[in-house]
Design a protein around this ligand. Structure first.
Ligand code: ADP
Ligand code: 5GP
Length: 207
């Protein structure tokens, strides 16, 4: 059966481990492509242009919105974040599962525009573990960490609208669970419609 790429949204509280899980998933399996978002936020130490994000001004971001260059976008903690359209379309056509690592508003917009997309919400095993990971990452000030924890409390209200909740406790187990989920999703009827139509046709002769 030919596999068509899945448009895969991975969301989760800031500090849940999305970046870590996605990197490991791409190291282990080559059928994933990661969409690099455009953002108006300032680079953090260690952020690399074109690897973590395309960093642009608010003006450039707004120009890209006007040109319909984004599949979706949202404002998060005062900055714009959005998914460049062209890369996603190219990679899906090439049969790759395309990962969008985006927050909940963007995920909701993607599901509306692409009902066949798969929405995974990644969460640490507890709130205290989330706080520990955010502090341990050491990339934000205390004030930004407080803002992100507050946002996590708000975001938790939207967890119910995802297709799957996956707990990132042991990293390797989590990566395998994400991969298995996507493998299984390839077997949903809407994703193997050609195969289903074909075997129905073959069976007609017994009718
Ligand atoms: P996000 O992309 O969701 O904001 P990161 O991938 O940056 O989160 O992870 C936040 C911090 O938690 C990092 O310091 C990372 O090394 C750590 N981390 C990620 N996954 C795990 C895990 N399964 N167990 C312990 N620490 C983890
Ligand atoms: P950070 O500043 O920690 O890199 O990202 C903040 C939030 O923005 C995260 O929840 C991240 O998933 C989300 N985000 C990153 N890129 C995009 C995007 O292209 N669109 C949307 N809607 N959210 C994004």
């Amino acid at each position: 059966m030919a596999k068509k790429g899945i448009l895969l949204v991975i969301s989760g509280f800031s500090g849940a481990g999305k970046g870590t899980v996605v990197n490991r998933l791409r190291e282990k399996y080559d059928e994933y492509a990661l969409s690099i978002s455009m953002t108006s936020r300032a680079p953090r130490p260690g952020d690399v242009e074109g690897v973590n994000y395309f960093f642009v001004t608010r003006e450039k971001f707004e120009k890209t919105i006007a040109e319909n260059g984004l599949l979706e976008y949202a404002e998060y903690c005062g900055n714009y974040y959005g998914t460049p359209r062209a890369f996603v379309e190219e990679q899906l056509n090439a049969g790759k599962n395309v990962i969008l690592e985006i927050e909940i508003q963007g995920a909701t917009n993607i599901k509306k525009a692409f009902p066949e997309s798969l929405l995974i919400f990644l969460t640490p095993p507890s709130a205290s573990e989330l706080e520990k990971r955010l502090k341990g990452r050491g990339t934000e000030t205390e004030e930004v960490i407080r803002k992100r924890l507050k946002r996590a409390a708000e975001e938790s209200a939207g967890m119910d609208s995802y297709d799957f909740i996956i707990v990132n406790d042991d990293l390797e187990e989590c990566v395998e669970e994400v991969h298995r989920t996507i493998e299984l999703a390839h077997n949903q009827p809407l994703r193997c419609a050609d195969f289903v139509a074909d075997i129905k046709e073959q069976l007609k002769k017994y009718n």
